[in-house]
Design a protein around this ligand. Structure first.
Ligand code: BEZ
Length: 252
């Protein structure tokens, strides 16, 4: 999983990602002092929230840029660089936590990631996470699909958004028992008058690699944003049509 982030813009404009993550932390049922790995910790905001809850929190992320921000902001937390689909801890932890990360991992690599999580957990350890679920940002991806085809391109949706059934099966075959699962809509407000345009430019990069010119790219984004005004501009505020999958599983 190798994504190049605009770390400062991510931290400034997309802070809702970790603000929503606070309610995922509530699913953890462990004593103070329990060890928790924040998998895909990004700028460390949620690793710090875990620490504030009394956990012995550490973070792992692939992005050196985001880790630099995390280390500077939270110098007393242990942050490590590593890939979610290929990591190993020196000692197993009581809990693995993750927010808004797994949709970036290709379906073909999910089992590799789950195997790493399994090996990172103590027996009966908890795996608590949320990410984009089935139907996430469907309106945005549908609009982009349509505008791409007007320009003669095929839009390849770059994310993995599973159903509860599909992901539960994966968890079970990786040695976990699912204890809690929910899929829910969460209309998410975006910052500023260019909220949706900024969101597309920030997060939807891969499909645009086939677009031949920068001018075409700008036009496609503008047209998609225009097409989405009816659905996602509400009282002059932009929203993204998020769907979340939130789960808790135990390592057997
Ligand atoms: C999400 O958190 O669901 C998400 C964020 C950016 C791109 C795709 C999904």
């Amino acid at each position: 999983m190798n994504i190049k982030w605009n770390a400062n813009m991510y931290t400034e404009n997309f802070s809702f990602v970790h603000q929503y993550g606070n309610s995922v932390i509530e699913l953890i049922d462990a004593d103070r002092g329990s060890s928790v790995l924040d998998l895909g910790c990004g700028n460390g905001a949620l690793t710090n929230a875990l620490k504030d809850k009394g956990y012995l929190a550490k973070g792992l992320d692939a992005s050196g840029e985001l880790l630099n921000i995390a280390k500077e902001k939270y110098p007393d937390i242990d942050f490590m660089q590593g890939d979610a689909v290929d990591f190993m801890l020196s000692e197993p932890v009581d809990v693995v936590f993750s927010n808004a990360v797994f949709h970036w991992i290709d379906k073909s690599r999910q089992q590799d990631m789950l195997k790493c999580v399994y090996n990172a957990l103590k027996k009966n350890g908890q795996f608590v996470f949320e990410f984009g679920g089935h139907g996430n940002n469907q309106k945005i991806h549908d609009a982009l699909t349509e505008i791409f085809s007007e320009y003669g391109y095929c839009y390849e949706m770059p994310f993995y958004f599973p159903t509860i059934g599909e992901y539960s099966t994966m968890l079970e075959s990786a040695g976990f028992q699912v204890q809690y699962a929910v899929l829910f809509d969460r209309l998410t407000d975006l910052k500023g008058e260019n909220g949706l345009k900024d969101w597309i430019n920030m997060f939807v990069k891969k499909p645009f690699l086939i677009v031949k010119t920068e001018q075409e790219k700008i036009e496609i984004v503008d047209k998609a944003v225009k097409a989405l005004r009816n659905d996602l501009l509400i009282n002059e505020k932009w929203y993204a049509d998020y769907v979340r999958i939130r789960m808790k599983a135990v390592r057997l």
